[in-house]
Design a protein around this ligand. Structure first.
Ligand SMILES: [Zn+2]
Length: 120
């Protein structure tokens, strides 16, 4: 568990329907929604692998602050905030959601492994 392909596929399987659904519901126009979807999906994939770029898994103790439970709380909360901003303000916030939600899903998947996540 926990290799790059698994992180990207889990991110896409859970994040892509949310991104597409939010844009169908809230984008100002088809053109705006299309480029926001492409950028959002790209950053979803980037966010899904970003923790392991920041802390490469080359050492048994590679999970530090970028893999912590505190970071998961933060990215989770700001993912939710970005959804609220899409609904109340502008659909372009879905791009930030993609990055944060991909990052959250990476940590969520890592938390199911034997090593788990450090507290902070
Ligand atoms: Zn990781």
């Amino acid at each position: 568990m926990g290799n790059r392909e698994e992180h990207i596929s889990l991110g896409m399987a859970i994040g892509a329907p949310i991104i597409i659904g939010m844009l169908v519901g809230f984008a100002d126009s088809f053109a705006a929604g299309l480029w926001q979807a492409l950028l959002g999906l790209f950053l979803l994939a980037v966010g899904s692998v970003l923790p392991d770029w920041l802390e490469p898994p080359t050492h048994w103790n590679h999970r530090q602050e970028n893999h912590s439970k505190e970071t998961l709380y933060g990215t989770g909360i700001f993912s939710a905030v970005s959804i609220v901003l899409v609904i109340l303000h502008d659909s372009a916030w879905i791009i930030l959601f993609g990055l944060l939600f991909g990052y959250s899903l990476h940590l969520l998947l890592d938390s199911t492994t034997k090593m788990g996540l450090p507290d902070e």
